[in-house]
Design a protein around this ligand. Structure first.
Ligand SMILES: C[S@@+](CC[C@H](N)C(=O)[O-])C[C@H]1O[C@@H](n2cnc3c(N)ncnc32)[C@H](O)[C@@H]1O
Length: 483
C-alpha cells in the first residue's frame, strides 16, 4: 500500500495548499498545536538536556528536527516553552537549533517570512528545510546553508513529529490463521476528468483491496521482517498497518548522528496488542489531505530491535497518543527524561487536556472569575482557550476589584506571548485590545489594536476605540486621526 498512487495525491494536496491547509481549519491541528502540548514536550526535552549534561554528552550544538511541521505553530510554542525552562536552568543548557521542515515548499516559505519566528532565527535557534520523509537522506538548512547527512552530528538528534506518521505511507496486511497477505488497494474514481484538483479527487475515490501472499522476506530489511513475522504468529485474524516507510525514515535520521536519537511523537494510534487483535479495515480519514491510524505498537517493537527504550502513557487515549522512543544503548539510564515523560504526558497528557477543554467549554456561561483564571493558567495561556473564555470575561469585568483587573491584564499579556497567526483574519489582537480597553488599560489597548490593523481591515469599532484610547492618554492629535 505504501506504493499506492494515494500518496501522490497527498503530496499534491499539501504542495498546492501550503499554509491554506490550516488557515481555514481543513487540517485538524489544535490538539497538536496548543500551548499545553508544547509545554509538555518542552519539559520532556528539557529532562533530556539534563541527562545529556549529567552524562557529558552535549558538548556540541544539539539539533531538534520536526518533519511535517505544517503551520509551524507547534514549533513556535515549543521554542517559547523551552526558552522559559532554559532561562532558569541550574546547569549549562546545550546550544540548540530547531530544524522545522516539511515536504511542502510553500510551508517552508511561510515560516521563513513569519515575524514570530524571527527572534529565534536571530539567536540561531531555528532553521528551515525541505524534507521528504519518503526519500530524503540529507537536508540543507535554508538559513545557515549547513548540510546534514550521515555522520554529520556529534550529539543526539531530537525528533518531534505530530500528526505526521498518520500522513506518510504505510503498508497494509491481512492476517488469518497464521497466513499473512499484503493488501493492495485499487482505486476507482468517478468522473475523474471533472476533478483535476487533489481535494476533489480524494473525495471521489472508491478503494478496494486485492490480496497477495507475502513472501517470508517481504522487506529487504530483516529487522522489519522479524516484526512482521512476530505479528503473523501472535495475531489470529485481522488487519495490520505496518509503518515500514516510517522505520526507513528513522533509520536514515539515525545515521545522521553517532550519538543516538530521541523521538517524541503524537498521533491517533494503537499502542497495545489488545487493540491490534481483530483490527478492522483501517479507515482513510479525509480532511483536505488524508490520514490513517498509526501502529505505535510496531514502533515499540522497532525501538526494542534497536536496543532502545519506548515510553507510553499509562492509559489509552481516544484522540491523541503521545509516545517517546529513545534509541540509545543505555536508554534505561536516562532517568531525567523518563521521569519528565512519566510525570507529564504519561499521567495527564495533551489528550486529557483536550477532553477537559471540551467539558469546560460547555460550562463557560456559568464560570466565575477565579475559575476562568485557573483555566487559562492550566492551559499555559493558550490563545484558543482564552478566546473561548473572552465573552464571559467581558461580562464579569464590571464587578471586579482592582487586583483582579490587574491579574486579568497580566494574564492577557501572557496570552499575547503565545500569539502565532496563521491566517490574516486572526482576531486575537482585537480581542486583547478590547479587553484591555474595558479594563481601563488604554496604553495596552492601543498597542494591541494598532497591531491588529497591520493584518485586518479596520472597522468603525476599532477606530473609535483607538480614538478613545488616545483621548484617555491625552494624545488628542492621534485621537483625531482615528475619528
Ligand atoms: C496532518 S499534517 C500535520 C502538521 C503538523 N505536524 C501538526 O501537527 O499540525 C501532516 C504534515 O505532514 C506533511 N507531510 C505529509 N507527507 C510528508 C512526507 N512524506 N514528508 C514530509 N512531510 C510530509 C504535510 O505537508 C503536512 O504538513
Amino acid at each position: 500500500m505504501s506504493q499506492s498512487i494515494l500518496w501522490q495525491l497527498q503530496y499534491e494536496y499539501y504542495q498546492a495548499q501550503g499554509i491554506n491547509a490550516w488557515g481555514q481549519g481543513q487540517t485538524p491541528s489544535y490538539i497538536t498545536s496548543n500551548s499545553f502540548i508544547a509545554r509538555q514536550y518542552a519539559e520532556v526535552v528539557f529532562g533530556f538536556f539534563r541527562d545529556l549534561h549529567r552524562k557529558g554528552i552535549a558538548q556540541a550544538r544539539v539539533y531538534l528536527f520536526e518533519p511535517g511541521a505544517g503551520s509551524g505553530q507547534f514549533a513556535f510554542l515549543f521554542l517559547k516553552a523551552l526558552a522559559k525552562a532554559c532561562e532558569v536552568a541550574a546547569f549549562p543548557v546545550p546550544e540548540f537549533c530547531y530544524i522545522i521542515s516539511d515536504f511542502a515548499e510553500r510551508n517552508v516559505q511561510f515560516w521563513e517570512s513569519h515575524p514570530q519566528l524571527q527572534p529565534f532565527l536571530d539567536r540561531g535557534q531555528i532553521d528551515f528545510a525541505v524534507f521528504d520523509a519518503g526519500k530524503d537522506t540529507t537536508i540543507k538548512l535554508r538559513h545557515t546553508g549547513k548540510e546534514i547527512k550521515a555522520g554529520s552530528l556529534q550529539t543526539p538528534l531530537i525528533v518531534l513529529a505530530n500528526y505526521f506518521f498518520d500522513s506518510i505511507p504505510q503498508d497494509l496486511f491481512y492476517i488469518s490463521q497464521g497466513k499473512i497477505e499484503e493488501a493492495l488497494p485499487s482505486l476507482t474514481v468517478e468522473g475523474a476528468a471533472r476533478h483535476p484538483n487533489p481535494v476533489k479527487l480524494l473525495k471521489s475515490i472508491q478503494m478496494e483491496f486485492e490480496f497477495r501472499e507475502t513472501a517470508s522476506k517481504y522487506y529487504p530489511e530483516s529487522a522489519y521482517n522479524d516484526i512482521l513475522r512476530y505479528y503473523q504468529e501472535i495475531l489470529e485474524e485481522g488487519w495490520l498497518l505496518f509503518p515500514a516507510p516510517a522505520f526507513r525514515m528513522l533509520d536514515r535520521l539515525q545515521s545522521w548522528t553517532n550519538s543516538g536519537l530521541l523521538l517524541l511523537t503524537g498521533d491517533k494510534g494503537v499502542q497495545t496488542l489488545a487493540e491490534l487483535k481483530g483490527m478492522e479495515m483501517p479507515e482513510i480519514i479525509l480532511h483536505g489531505g488524508f490520514s490513517l491510524t498509526v501502529n505505535y505498537h510496531a514502533f515499540h517493537q522497532y525501538v526494542s530491535a534497536n536496543q532502545g527504550l519506548g515510553m507510553m502513557p499509562a492509559h489509552l487515549n481516544p484522540y491523541l497518543n503521545v509516545h517517546c522512543f529513545l534509541f540509545q544503548e543505555d536508554a534505561e539510564t536516562f532517568q531525567e527524561l523518563r521521569n519528565a515523560f512519566a510525570s507529564t504526558i504519561g499521567e495527564f497528557g495533551p489528550d486529557d487536556f483536550f477532553i477537559l477543554k471540551k467539558v469546560i467549554q460547555s460550562r463557560i456561561p456559568k464560570m466565575k472569575w477565579k475559575q476562568i483564571m485557573a483555566t487559562i493558567r492550566q492551559s499555559h495561556y493558550d490563545t484558543r482557550v482564552f478566546q473561548k473564555l473572552l465573552p464571559r470575561m467581558r461580562k464579569l469585568v464590571i464587578g471586579l476589584q482592582a487586583w483582579e483587573r490587574e491579574s486579568m491584564l497580566a494574564t492577557a499579556a501572557k496570552v499575547w506571548e503565545q500569539y502565532y497567526p496563521i491566517s490574516s483574519g486572526d482576531s486575537l489582537a482585537i480581542d486583547l485590545g478590547q479587553l484591555s480597553f474595558v479594563l481601563d488599560d488604554f496604553a495596552s489597548a492601543k498597542t494591541y489594536l494598532q497591531h491588529a490593523l497591520k493584518t485586518v481591515a479596520g472597522s468603525v469599532e476599532i477606530f473609535f476605540t483607538l480614538a478613545l484610547c488616545f483621548d484617555q492618554l491625552e494624545d488628542y492629535v492621534a485621537a483625531e486621526k482615528y475619528l
